[in-house]
Write a protein that binds this ligand. Structure first.
Ligand code: F6R
Length: 615
C-alpha cells in the first residue's frame, strides 16, 4: 500500500507531486509528506492526515520551489500514523531522503546493526532503517548513490518500491522495486515516478513499469538506466504506451468516485465483453483461453485464489463453472492458500482474480501454484500489473480505473469475464447445447441495459437507506448464485458505513443467525424468481415471524415477496447465472447512501487501502 510520486525535469515539481499524491490516495491516506530540492537544500514537510492536510500545512511551512522532488501518501505498517513516522525519511547525515511503499521484513536486525555503528532513529519505521542502510553502504564502500542502493537492497528481505535522492547530487533520483509497483513516466526531458501512471497521465503516455528486482537511475537531461538489483546488469527497458486518459480518473460530476463507478457499470460490462462475445456468430473469443484450451480441458479442477470482493467474484464463478462447464471448482482465500501447504498438481488450473493486480497474498498464491507446476490464469483489471505479468495467461476485465476503495464495477466485470470463460469452456466440453449457448450469449448482451434499469431504483434505495441508516447490524441472505452477492452486500456496507453486517446462505440462517433477528434487525434478502425462489420465500416468512425488517431484492413484477417484505427493490429478469450482475446493484447503492447519510468518507474508508500490497 502507500503511494509514491517523484519528479525530475524542467517544471516545478510541487504541483505535480501534490496532484499525483491526491490521485494515489486510494493506496493509503493516513499521512502524507513531500521533499523538494530547491536548488540549495532539501525542503521537507510531512504530516499525519490526508494530502489536503499536507497541502495546507506545507504552503505555510516551506518554500515549494524546485524541479526535483518526491512525495508519499501512507498506509501505516510499521509505526502508528503520526508526523514522525510519515515519509519522506532522512538519513542521519541529512543528505539522503527516501520514500517507500512496502515492508522491510528484516528491518529489526538491520536496525540493531546500524545502532551498533552509531546510527540513531527518530521514527518507528522500517523505511528510516533502509535509508540509513543505504547511507552506511555509500560511506563504507565510497560509492555513488545508485551502487549503494543496489548493495543495500541485496541485504534486504521484504517488499519495496522506493525513490531516494542525495542533496549533494541533486540531479538524480534512484528508484527500485520488489513486490510493490513502480512506473516511470518518460516525458520530454523530464521524468515522473509513481505507484501507477495516474499522476503523470496528462504529461506523457510513455512509461516503463519496473519489473521485480529492478532499479533505475533517473538523471536530469539523460536517459533512464535500468539495472538488475541482484547483479547490477543493465536491462533494456520496455517503454509502454499508456491507454489511460484523464477523464477516466476524474469524478465527472459525481459526488464520489464510488457513485461514478456504480453508474459506469453498464458501460464497463459492455467494454468487458466487447470483441469477445460475438452473439451473431455464436462465438466467444478469449485469446488467453483459446491459446491454452488443452490445459483447461485436461484440468482435474479449477482453483480460484483471490481476496475480498474478488474472492466473492470467485464464489460466483464456482457456481457458473460447475453449473455450465461441469468442472469442479475450489475457491480459496489467497492468504490461507499460500500458507496451507495445499495439494496442487500439474493438472490443476488456478484462476487468480484481482482488480489491482497487486494484492500481495494473491501474488504469493500465484507463485506457490506455479512452483508446483499448475497453470495460472489471471483475471485482472489493471493492465501491466504484477499479477497480470506473473500469471501464465489471462483476461483483463477492462473496467477502467476503479478509484473508490470499495470495489463495485470491478466485481461485476470480473463476473462477466468469468462467465465468458465458463461459457467458452462449456461449449468446448459439450456440456451446454448450441441453442443454450446462444441463448446465454444473447442474455449476456442484454445485461448492460438491465443494469441501467436496475440503477433506476436509486431514488427508492435512498428512501430505504434513510429508514435504516441508524441500524447497528444488518443481515444479508441469498441462495445459490446469490449467496456470494449476499456476502458482497454485507462487505460493502461494513467497509464504507462501519455498520456491522453479515452475509449468509439463506438456509443457514436457522443454524444460528436467526437468533439475532428481532424488530431492530434489517434483513436484506435476495429473492429473484430463478433459483430456489420458493425456498427463499419460506426463509422470508421465518424472518417475518420473528419481526425482522425485510428488504427484498426481487425480480420485476414479483408479488409474493411484496406481500411479506417491508420493502422490495426490483431488478429486471434474466437467466439465473446472470442474476448476480443485477442483484448486486441495489446493494451497492444501499451501502453508498447509508455511508453518505452517516457522513462517512465513502471513497476512502478508514483503515483501508485500494491496493493491498502487504500480506
Ligand atoms: C472491497 C475491496 C477489497 C478487495 C481486495 C482484493 O470492496 O475492494 O476487498 O476486493 O482487497 O483486491 P484486488 O481485487 O485488487 O486483489
Amino acid at each position: 500500500m502507500c503511494g509514491i510520486v517523484g519528479y525530475i525535469g524542467h517544471r516545478e515539481a510541487y504541483p505535480i507531486i501534490i496532484k499525483g499524491l491526491q490521485r494515489l490516495e486510494y493506496r493509503g491516506y493516513d499521512s502524507a509528506g513531500i521533499a523538494l530540492y530547491d536548488g540549495t537544500d532539501i525542503k521537507l514537510s510531512k504530516t499525519k492526515g490526508k494530502v489536503s492536510d499536507l497541502k495546507e500545512r506545507l504552503e505555510n511551512e516551506i518554500s515549494t520551489n524546485g524541479t526535483l522532488g518526491i512525495g508519499h501518501t501512507r498506509w501505516a505498517t510499521h509505526g502508528v500514523p503520526n508526523d514522525i513516522n510519515s515519509h519522506p525519511h532522512y538519513s542521519n547525515s541529512g543528505d539522503l531522503v527516501i520514500i517507500h511503499n512496502g515492508i522491510i521484513e528484516n528491518y529489526d536486525a538491520l536496525k540493531k546493526e546500524l545502532i551498533k555503528r552509531g546510527y540513531t532513529f527518530k521514527s518507528d519505521t522500517d523505511t528510516e532503517v533502509l535509508v540509513n542502510l543505504i547511507e552506511d553502504v555509500k560511506k563504507n564502500e565510497n560509492t555513488k548513490l545508485g551502487k549503494a542502493v543496489q548493495i543495500a537492497l541485496n541485504q534486504v528481505v521484504g517488499a519495496y518500491a522506493i525513490a531516494v535522492f542525495d542533496k549533494k547530487k541533486p540531479n538524480e533520483i534512484v528508484v527500485a522495486k520488489l513486490g510493490s509497483p513502480l512506473a516511470i513516466g518518460i516525458g520530454d526531458d523530464e521524468f515522473f515516478i509513481a505507484s501507477d501512471a495516474t499522476p503523470f497521465i496528462e504529461f506523457t503516455k510513455n512509461a516503463i513499469y519496473l519489473e521485480d528486482e529492478q532499479m533505475a537511475i533517473i538523471r536530469r537531461h539523460k536517459e533512464v538506466k535500468v539495472r538488475k538489483i541482484k547483479n547490477d546488469a543493465l536491462v533494456d527497458p520496455y517503454v509502454q504506451e499508456l491507454q489511460l486518459n484523464l477523464e477516466q480518473i476524474e469524478k465527472g460530476g459525481y459526488e464520489h468516485f464510488m457513485l461514478k463507478e456504480i453508474y459506469e457499470q453498464p458501460q464497463a460490462i459492455r467494454d468487458t465483453f466487447r470483441g469477445r462475445l460475438l452473439s451473431n456468430e455464436a462465438l466467444i473469443k478469449l485469446a488467453g483461453i483459446e491459446d491454452n484450451m488443452k490445459k483447461f480441458l485436461a484440468a482435474d479442477r479449477i482453483i480460484v485464489v483471490a481476496c475480498g470482493t474478488s474472492w466473492h467474484a470467485g464464489l460466483v464463478a464456482e457456481y457458473i463453472f460447475e453449473d455450465l462447464a461441469r468442472i469442479p471448482v475450489e475457491v480459496e482465500y489467497a492468504s490461507e492458500f499460500r500458507y496451507r501447504n495445499p495439494v496442487i498438481t500439474e493438472k490443476d488450473v488456478v484462476i487468480a482474480i484481482s482488480q489491482s493486480g497487486e494484492t500481495a497474498d494473491t501474488l504469493a498464491a500465484i507463485k506457490l501454484a506455479k512452483s508446483k507446476g499448475a497453470f495460472v490464469f489471471g483475471v485482472c483489471n489493471v493492465v501491466g500489473s504484477s499479477i497480470a505479468r506473473e500469471t501464465d495467461a489471462g483476461a483483463y476485465t477492462h473496467a477502467g480505473p476503479e478509484i473508490g476503495v470499495a470495489s463495485t464495477k470491478a466485481f461485476t466485470t470480473q463476473i462477466t469475464v468469468l462467465t465468458l470463460i465458463a461459457l467458452r469452456l462449456a461449449r468446448a466440453k459439450g456440456t451446454i447445447s448450441s441453442s443454450e449457448f446462444r441463448h446465454h450469449l444473447i442474455e449476456l448482451e442484454t445485461i448492460p441495459n438491465k443494469v441501467k434499469e436496475a440503477l433506476e431504483s436509486d431514488g427508492y434505495v435512498q428512501t430505504i437507506a434513510d429508514i435504516y441508516k441508524d441500524a447497528k447490524n444488518f443481515l444479508y441472505l441469498g441462495r445459490g448464485y446469490n449467496f456470494p452477492v449476499a456476502l458482497e452486500g454485507a462487505l460493502k456496507l461494513k467497509e464504507i458505513s462501519y455498520i456491522h453486517a453479515e452475509g449468509y446462505p439463506a438456509a443457514e440462517m436457522k443454524h444460528g443467525p436467526i437468533a439475532l433477528i428481532d424488530e431492530h434487525m434489517p434483513v436484506v434478502v435476495i429473492a429473484t424468481k430463478k433459483g430456489h425462489y420458493e425456498k427463499v420465500v419460506s426463509n422470508i416468512q421465518e424472518i417475518k415471524s420473528r419481526k425482522g425488517k425485510i428488504i427484498g431484492i426481487v425480480t420485476k413484477g414479483d408479488e409474493s415477496v411484496k406481500e411479506l417484505a417491508d420493502h422490495v427493490i426490483e431488478v429486471p429478469e434474466t437467466i439465473e447465472c446472470l442474476t448476480p450482475l443485477l442483484t448486486t446493484i441495489p446493494l451497492q447503492l444501499l451501502s453508498y447512501h447509508i455511508a453518505v447519510m452517516l457522513g462517512k468518507n465513502v471513497d476512502q474508508p478508514r483503515n483501508l487501502a485500494k491496493s493491498v500490497t502487504v500480506e
